[in-house]
Write a protein that binds this ligand. Structure first.
Ligand SMILES: [Fe+2]
Length: 366
């Protein structure tokens, strides 16, 4: 009998909306860090490892769908699926566990009069990247997955990738933008004063680049990081990175000391004011969502006006805002500094991405 299911196989089942009962058997603290959307949880880690045959007896299993068991790396989940199989249940263990599921992805899309936006979502971590196509050209923003995925999407839509760019130097995942630039031959664009060690083509605040029939404007929005930039697609949409989310605001990033933290908070305040006062009420496409991404093909985006009505802090004065953010910056996870350093150098040779990138994201203010 089959024992395991790969990430790719499970992703395909969910994409096809097949009914699968996903049973997460990890300890609760690991579950709270990140999970598979729609999964059921039972903290059976200890009992399964102790060989207790009743470890999963309390779970009410559906009669007619496959059970997929999940743990951190795919070892305890194998005990769980074997136990269920012995009891006559059709159960498979997710190979590689959450560490492998980190690279599961899905898409959602929207068409504007002369451009199409495809949102590419890393399901577990809520990392969002984008392919924007117009005519026969495309740009990829915040590439976060294997370059082949973006190349295939572009090819399926009849686009050649002309530009690749990041909204900022990410700290929670390793950017694949440079790799994608190399694989596609696209130009790597960044705001001109970005402090990175690799070659890129600098673009100034207010400058525009063209793909197909549309223009994309660079709006420098420092605060989350100093080089943070928002890309504005015609009057339709903005790609706001970690500056503005659909239900919250970014955090001044990474080990900013008190003085730098306050400077970043001030800059963030001004950047948010700038974005929230954009007319034409564009759709906001952020670089992250705080929730686990469903396989529902629903865009994670909202209009500026809807977001403004949800974010009270923007009504504070600049000094109140600075004080507010200072008390709410969550601790920086240990590996974030290393990831940011790798993203500044543009190479992750010698590092295992699945280890570096494990865990949920912590980009918003708590
Ligand atoms: Fe970030």
């Amino acid at each position: 009998m089959e024992k395991i299911i790969t990430v790719k196989e499970l992703q395909e089942k969910l994409d096809k909306k097949e009914h699968v009962f996903i049973l997460d058997v990890r300890p609760i603290d690991q579950r709270n860090e990140w999970k598979i959307a729609g999964s059921y949880h039972v903290d059976a880690y200890k009992t399964l490892n102790a060989g207790d045959d009743t470890a999963l007896d309390m779970v009410e299993l559906p009669k007619d769908s496959t059970v997929v068991t999940v743990c951190a790396a795919g070892r305890t989940s194998l005990l769980a699926s074997s136990l269920l199989q012995r009891k006559g249940v059709k159960a498979l263990s997710l190979e590689g566990g959450m560490k492998a599921w980190n690279y599961a992805w899905n898409t959602a899309q929207i068409e504007f009069p002369d451009a199409k936006v495809i949102q590419v979502r890393r399901a577990a971590k809520g990392v969002l990247s984008y392919v924007i196509g117009s005519g026969s050209e495309a740009v990829v923003i915040d590439a976060a997955l294997d370059p082949d995925i973006y190349l295939t999407i572009a090819q399926q839509n009849g686009w050649k990738i002309k530009f690749v760019m990041d909204t900022h130097i990410h700290a929670d995942y390793v950017s694949r933008t440079r790799e994608l630039a190399n694989a596609s031959g696209a130009k790597h664009l960044l705001i001109d004063d970005a402090k990175v060690a690799f070659h890129f083509e600098g673009v100034k605040h207010g400058e525009k680049v063209n793909i197909g029939k549309v223009e994309i404007e660079f709006i420098h929005t420092p605060g989350h990081t100093w080089e943070s930039t928002t890309f504005k697609l015609a009057s339709y949409a903005i790609f706001s990175g970690d500056t503005l989310f659909i239900d919250g605001i970014g955090r001044p990033d990474l080990k900013a000391d008190k003085v730098e933290g306050a400077e970043k908070a001030k800059a963030l305040y001004r950047s948010l004011k700038k974005l929230l006062s954009l007319n034409s009420d564009p759709l906001v496409f952020p670089a992250h969502t705080s929730k686990t991404v469903n396989f529902d093909n629903q865009l994670i985006a909202d209009t500026i006006s809807n977001i403004s009505s949800k974010i009270d802090v923007i009504d504070l004065t600049e000094s109140e805002f600075t004080e507010y953010t200072a008390t709410r910056i969550p601790p920086t996870p240990a590996n974030y500094e290393l990831i940011a350093t790798l993203n500044k150098t543009g190479s992750y040779v010698g590092h295992v991405l699945a280890d570096l990138e494990a865990g949920g994201n912590h980009c918003a203010i708590a």
